[in-house]
Design a protein around this ligand. Structure first.
Ligand code: SF4
Ligand code: MG
Length: 326
């Protein structure tokens, strides 16, 4: 279940990491405690890679990921372990992330015992409590993953993540494979858990409809770069970046929501050889000369609202007649 970019990189024997990290490290993606940040982008834009780095299951090669204000690579062993446990990831397809040979009791109960979060003798009661909390009947704790429906399997994945008492959960397309009615149930469960446990989420999705439903803040990624981030309110009422505007014009309806998300005209360029300047320029209806030459940087255009587009400079400093523009 790899991203397009990762598959492509492997086929070509290329090392994608420096590129993705290069993209990620020009970004200040701050995620505040208790916040739900929606991370949106087309397939292969690097959002899963960024999510994995933030969850600590894939190393970054450059830049810093701060954990409580400290560089995660410089933590001592104990803090590194805590940082790893406090960030958990929930994937799209629980079938491939749950061991088919293990019973639910072991899938959920293994990590908290191994990490000394609970004593061995309390395991069964602890797992039963978690199963109830995520809407599963504890009577099924001896069953195997294939004996559950897709939605129930996702609940098992959630219980497994909760078992190590995380503070931060990265959901990577966690409801994308589910029917719409089940999607709503799982999203509601995420939001209940957030309220009860004070969880923080990075919610990665290609589906703006889903993200709109749950996010406090939205960040948009295009070919490995965050191009805009704002409160959900500002994002949907005053989108700034031309890519965002194009995405919002194409919010899929419920009926066609499952189709592959690539609404904007023009091919998605290869992430291995991104276009010069602004990566979006070949598809941007507003592209001008500077866009091909120079990458725009993220700038605050309103409090808490950042966007990377040269048009914002043009608005702030309209080109002067005396300035020679080539
Ligand atoms: Fe379009 Fe230029 Fe803005 Fe990029 S910098 S989004 S190409 S106008
Ligand atoms: Mg992905």
């Amino acid at each position: 279940d790899l991203d397009y970019a990762e598959r492509l990189a492997r086929l070509l024997g290329a090392d994608l990491k420096p590129q993705v990290v290069h993209a990620v490290d020009r970004v200040d993606l701050k995620i505040m405690p208790g916040e739900v940040v929606g991370l949106v982008g087309e397939s292969g834009c690097g959002k899963s890679t960024l999510g994995r780095m933030l969850a600590g299951i894939m190393p970054q090669t450059e830049g810093e990921i701060l954990w409580k204000g400290r560089d995660r690579r410089k933590l001592d062993r104990r803090d590194a372990r805590t940082a790893r446990l406090t960030a958990q990831m929930i994937f799209q397809d629980p079938m491939s992330s749950l061991n088919p040979r293990k019973r639910v009791i072991d899938i959920i109960g293994e990590a908290p015992v191994a990490h000394g979060i609970i004593p061995r003798r309390e395991r069964d009661a602890y797992v039963a409590g978690l199963m109830e909390r995520v809407g599963l009947d504890p009577a099924y704790k001896e069953r195997f993953p294939h004996q559950f429906s897709g939605g129930q399997r996702q609940r098992i994945g959630i219980a497994r993540a909760l078992a190590v008492k995380p503070q931060f959960i990265v959901c990577d397309e966690s409801v994308a494979a589910l029917d719409v009615s089940i999607q709503a149930q799982i999203l509601n469960l995420f939001m209940e858990l957030r309220r009860e446990l004070g969880l923080t989420y990075l919610f990665i999705s290609h589906d703006i409809g889903v993200v709109k439903h749950i996010s406090d803040r939205v960040a948009i990624m295009y070919l490995g770069r965050i191009v805009e981030s704002a409160s959900a309110e500002a994002f949907f009422s005053q989108p700034n970046h031309p890519y965002t505007v194009a995405l919002l014009q194409e919010i899929p309806t419920i009926a066609n929501r499952r189709r592959i998300f690539s609404p904007i005209k023009g091919e998605i360029p290869s992430p291995l050889h991104p276009p010069s300047g602004c990566h979006f320029h070949p598809r941007c209806p507003h592209a001008f000369d500077r866009c091909r030459r120079e990458a725009p940087t993220l700038r605050e255009i309103a409090p808490g609202h950042i966007s990377a587009c040269h048009l914002n400079d043009e608005k702030a400093h309209p080109p002067q007649k005396t300035t020679a523009l080539s």
